[in-house]
Design a binder for this molecule. Structure first.
Ligand SMILES: NC(=O)c1ccc[n+]([C@@H]2O[C@H](COP(=O)([O-])OP(=O)(O)OC[C@H]3O[C@@H](n4cnc5c(N)ncnc54)[C@H](OP(=O)(O)O)[C@@H]3O)[C@@H](O)[C@H]2O)c1
Length: 303
């Protein structure tokens, strides 16, 4: 394992060299045949208040995190109408609009919010359309590059949910359609209605319940976006399951968890979330960690 830009003493503080640390080192993936992004992206859910509700404690720091991510080569940012709600999308616009060429913002619709940590799916077509219109406004876009159905609403026919997204695509408001938290069967059913270019499911080295979907996506050239890539920070913690192996290797636990994901599949597009510039820099430096097959196995065992 080698991490040229890191040391074990104080990694997050010491990584600042943008000439050597860049998300481009994670390799690229082309979403839907025409959107090429660096595989290591950024998830914006941690930029909101507690329970993904309301404003962050310090919105200026959130803006700095987003700008630093792009400076470090991140060109794939995951968000959702429901993060805040509205807060994450508006912060992205504040920090990055007018957007640099090639920046892909993937948002979502289909989950409503009743308070902190409360999420309820609503997939009625009129609601999905409203949320896409609001995301266009909140992000300051004329077309959303990747719109993911956040959850399939079990009370609404799938044809109505994916069908409405297809209509929005035909109208030019959405470029590509993705799904979130689905089975292979649900993906295949949705593919009868529209082209699906990405899936986003819970996946990290310690929780591989979506392994079959990952393999299926990899085989069919569909992007796989693992949410909770750091198990909400459990895998990044000092003293966590990867701490001992990290100490031996000179990488941080978070870098090992992310390097493991990047090695696991060429279709893997991790979107680690953080509210801190230091953690962001730590995470992007994962792209310079080279794992051998033995390292890959050891990390899986430890996790
Ligand atoms: N599709 C879905 O249903 C769904 C569900 C959940 C999330 N998501 C998406 O997935 C993204 C990633 O998930 P997530 O942000 O919830 O979880 P995550 O990336 O697994 O972990 C984020 C947590 O790890 C901590 N962390 C990050 N980097 C660290 C580092 N280098 N060292 C120590 N701690 C670190 C963060 O705390 P600090 O802020 O202190 O760094 C935060 O608490 C979200 O931002 C969102 O875009 C999608």
């Amino acid at each position: 394992m080698s991490t040229p830009e890191t040391n074990t003493e104080n990694t997050a503080q010491t990584i600042t060299d943008t000439t050597t640390i860049n998300a481009a080192a994670s390799g690229s993936f082309t979403i839907g045949g025409d959107l090429t992004v660096n595989r290591l992206g950024f998830g914006s859910m941690q930029l909101t208040g507690p329970g993904v509700w309301g404003d962050p404690k310090d919105p200026d720091v959130a803006v700095r995190v987003l700008r630093r991510a792009v400076e470090l080569g991140v060109d794939f940012i995951d968000t959702a109408d429901s993060y805040g709600p509205v807060v994450a999308e508006q912060l992205i616009k504040k920090a990055l609009h007018p957007y640099p060429e090639g920046l892909v913002i993937a948002t979502k619709a289909g989950l409503t919010r009743q308070g902190p940590d409360q999420w309820t799916p609503v997939g009625r077509p009129a609601y999905l359309r409203q949320q896409v219109e609001l995301s266009l406004r909140n992000l300051g876009l004329e077309r959303i590059d990747l719109l993911q159905l956040h959850r399939i609403d079990p009370e609404v026919p799938l044809e109505d949910q994916v069908g409405e997204l297809k209509k929005l695509q035909d109208e030019g408001k959405i470029r590509h359609i993705g799904l979130s938290e689905v089975s292979i069967e649900q993906l295949q059913a949705a593919q009868q209605i529209a082209e699906i270019v990405t899936v986003q499911n819970l996946y990290n080295v310690a929780n591989r319940q979506s392994e079959a979907l990952l393999d299926h996506a990899t085989e069919h050239g569909i992007g796989f976006i693992p949410w909770f890539p750091l198990a909400t920070g459990e895998l990044a913690k000092p003293g966590g399951p990867l701490a001992a192996i990290a100490e031996k290797s000179g990488a941080t636990p978070s870098q090992l968890a992310l390097a493991w994901l990047l090695k696991r599949s060429p279709a893997m597009l991790p979107i680690p979330g953080t509210s801190s510039v230091a953690h962001l820099e730590d995470n992007i430096a994962a792209t310079s960690v080279q794992l051998s097959d033995a390292d890959f196995e050891a990390i899986a065992q430890a996790a």
